[in-house]
Design a protein around this ligand. Structure first.
Ligand code: IVH
Length: 652
């Protein structure tokens, strides 16, 4: 084959693949494709220096990794707030409208895919890196695997640096095929397409990933320099770059439009190739998205309107009370067991007493329960028509079911205020030891209860005072178990700062907020002022007040615990915000404002190092209208170049 024919054939193969994998509209037979593929492969074997980066042969990596490297997203990956019904949708729209102060938004509706999220970074039109979501800031580098996904273009017609985010899914048919194959091979089956997709994406051997036929469905962008004022147009641009478009999408006007779209998608979803677990609604105007901004976890301009999953009817046997680590008393319905999607459901939370009253749920009632995805089952409604008179109402409790002290009834919440109530102490310790906090192996519910009952722990710090002899006296504790537990507790010393903060169980402060507190203040968070707390992105007055109050009441205990645990504090970097410039080497050339300028003052506090000359180590060259040799050098070295406007957009 001549070189010319080679180039033509690579284009042809890519065109066939695009029609097959992205448009779902094949224009060549498998045979034709395979024949051409082998010809291309033969040419490349003879002329390895001429291999095109977008050749389909370049997708299949064959070297398994030992482990995935951690990698940082250029801008944060957010998650979505869930809503489940019309009422919640109305409230969400109200919040959006209030936030926009009368400006009218349009809403872009598209499917919520059920898979694993992935961030693709393209630079100079080439796929540079693919990173799993991780905690939204740092994920795992799965570039080798992503390259095997045929709906991930290796090359796109977009020069500027861009992050394209989407969901990696398995089509339902492919899921069935894989499970049938696993069954034949006597391997454990995947529970659902989401787990299968996530597992396939995180294979150390890319050949396994390649064999799973994963699909990438884009839903958004991170760092970019597109200038379209509407999300819908931005996404249209993304689809036109060779990405797969959703089976249904539309810009609608308000509540009615969203509802109509939701009903349509819900009715059609069984016919789609991929699993959907809801519809995502996003404010279409980018300028309005910016006004609305973000909470610590979610954009305020988007919401996931979940599909009601499977509903089942069952009977309420009893309503019991649980006391959590914050003292809140939660009513829980004990149900006649029913199976939903392979899981036996025996309990459902009732959230609070106002809800029991509003839904009029009584012991003995027939109720409809709903379980969707990972969400804890909830009771949708009772069926009063099926009552026979034997049903009983539950009264609002006045005394703690665990310690007997008087409860504080705040309306929606009823709280036990006794700090040494067994339930509060035990649950606080279980939480402290849990995976998302200190991650103390083996310290689960049963053991904490045993330790408490034996009088060995009355607060978290007592864990660090446990002695081998004490444990050996407990029922069920032999030498090995006692030693393992003490070791696991000892190992929690020197933990990361955020785990420690999260473990304190401050109300309204979860994992994300704990990380932010540590990034800003390190262990000095106990001395942070209200003003400093409110300056953290996404921190509202409720969160700030909660931190301040917690520290006020518990300062001594926190300090003592810190001295024992000695958490590793990250370098506090009060002004450095995570973002595209952190740790990057930048060069400014002929910018309107020049070196020593406004731009420098803007990006240096974000962690960028500004220097005078361009080299391979430079990450960005920011250039002005009359840029000259530095710009040329950047281009020839393949260094990213940004105009001032592009840079400003990245800052936003
Ligand atoms: S947007 C800026 N859109 O759902 C908001 N997410 O529950 C970021 N997901 O982490 C997310 N389909 O992995 C968005 N059409 C869609 C989606 C979608 C699926 C996933 C995504 C995200 C999770 C949040």
């Amino acid at each position: 084959m001549s070189e010319e024919a080679y180039l033509r054939n690579v284009d042809l193969l890519n065109k066939y693949a695009y029609h097959y994998y992205v448009l779902d509209d094949p224009i060549a037979s498998d045979e034709e494709y395979d024949r051409l593929y082998h010809e291309v492969l033969a040419f490349e074997r003879e002329h390895p220096q001429k291999i095109r980066p977008d050749s389909p042969t370049q997708r299949v990596g064959d070297r398994p990794l030992d482990a995935f490297e951690k990698a940082k997203h250029l801008s944060r990956m957010w998650s979505l707030e869930d809503i489940f019904d019309e009422d919640e949708l109305r409230k969400w729209i109200e919040r959006v409208e209030k936030g926009l102060d009368g400006q009218r938004a349009h809403y872009y509706c598209e499917p919520k895919y059920d898979g694993a999220s992935l961030n693709l970074i393209y630079e100079h039109g080439k796929l540079r890196q693919a990173i799993t979501r991780g905690d939204g800031v740092i994920g795992e580098d799965v570039t080798q695997n992503a390259r095997t996904i045929r709906s991930v273009p290796l090359v796109i017609d977009e020069e500027s640096l861009i992050e394209i985010r989407g969901e990696v899914v398995l089509f339902k048919e492919e899921f069935d095929r894989i499970n049938a194959e696993r069954e034949r091979a006597g391997e454990p089956l995947f529970a659902n397409p989401r787990n299968a997709a996530a597992g396939s994406l995180r294979q150390l051997d890319p050949r396994i990933t390649a064999a799973r036929n994963l699909v990438f469905l884009p839903y958004g962008i991170g760092v970019n320099s597109l200038t379209t004022p509407r999300l819908s147009d931005m996404m249209a641009r993304i689809y036109s770059l060779g990405f797969k478009a959703p089976p249904l999408r539309r810009v609608v006007d308000g509540f009615e439009g969203i509802e109509a779209m939701y009903e349509q998608m819900k009715a059609e979803r069984d016919g789609y190739a991929m699993m959907l677990d809801g519809m995502v609604v996003k404010v279409d105007e980018i300028a309005l998205q910016e006004i609305l901004g973000y909470t610590v976890k979610f954009p305020r301009w988007a919401v996931a309107y979940k599909f009601p999953a499977v509903e089942k009817m069952t009977k309420v046997r009893d309503i019991i009370l649980q006391v959590g680590r914050t003292g809140v008393v939660t009513p829980v319905a004990v149900l006649e067991p029913v199976e939903i999607e392979g899981v036996t459901v025996e309990r459902a939370t009732l959230h609070n007493f106002d809800e029991i009253e509003r839904k009029d749920i009584r012991i003995g009632d027939h109720v409809i329960i709903l379980r969707s995805g990972d969400v804890i089952p909830k009771i949708v409604k009772s069926i009063p028509q099926r009552r026979d008179g034997s049903e009983t109402r539950v009264a609002r409790p006045t005394h703690c079911p665990v310690c007997g002290s008087e409860l504080l009834d705040e309306g929606a919440l009823i709280k036990c205020q006794n700090l040494s109530c067994e339930a509060r102490v035990v649950n606080a310790i279980i939480y402290y030891a849990s995976k998302q906090c200190l991650n103390i192996d083996g310290l689960g519910e049963r053991i904490v209860e045993t330790l408490y009952k034996a009088g060995l722990v009355r607060s978290v710090i007592d864990l660090y005072r446990l002695r081998f002899e004490d444990l050996m006296k407990l029922e069920g504790f032999k030498e090995k178990k006692s030693r393992n537990l003490l070791e696991a507790i000892e190992k929690s010393k020197g933990t990361e700062c955020w785990r420690f903060v999260n473990g304190l169980g401050i109300e309204h402060i979860g994992e994300v907020a704990s990380k932010q507190l540590c990034e800003h203040f390190g262990l000095g968070f106990i001395d942070a002022t209200e003003e400093a707390l409110l300056a953290i992105d996404g921190f509202g007055s409720e969160m700030a007040a909660s931190v301040l109050e917690f520290v006020r009441v518990n300062r001594e205990q926190i300090t003592a615990l810190m001295e024992t645990v000695k958490p590793k504090a990250p370098e506090p970097k009060a002004e450095v915000k995570e973002g595209p410039f952190e740790g990057k080497a930048a060069v400014l050339t002929r910018t309107k404002s020049g070196p020593g300028s406004v731009i420098e003052a803007e990006i240096e506090p974000l962690g960028a190092k500004v220097s005078g000359s361009v080299s391979k180590k430079t990450d960005f060259v920011i250039y002005g209208e009359e840029a000259g040799s530095k710009y040329d050098k950047a281009v020839s070295l393949g260094v990213a170049t940004l105009t001032e406007d592009e840079m400003k957009r990245m800052l936003q």
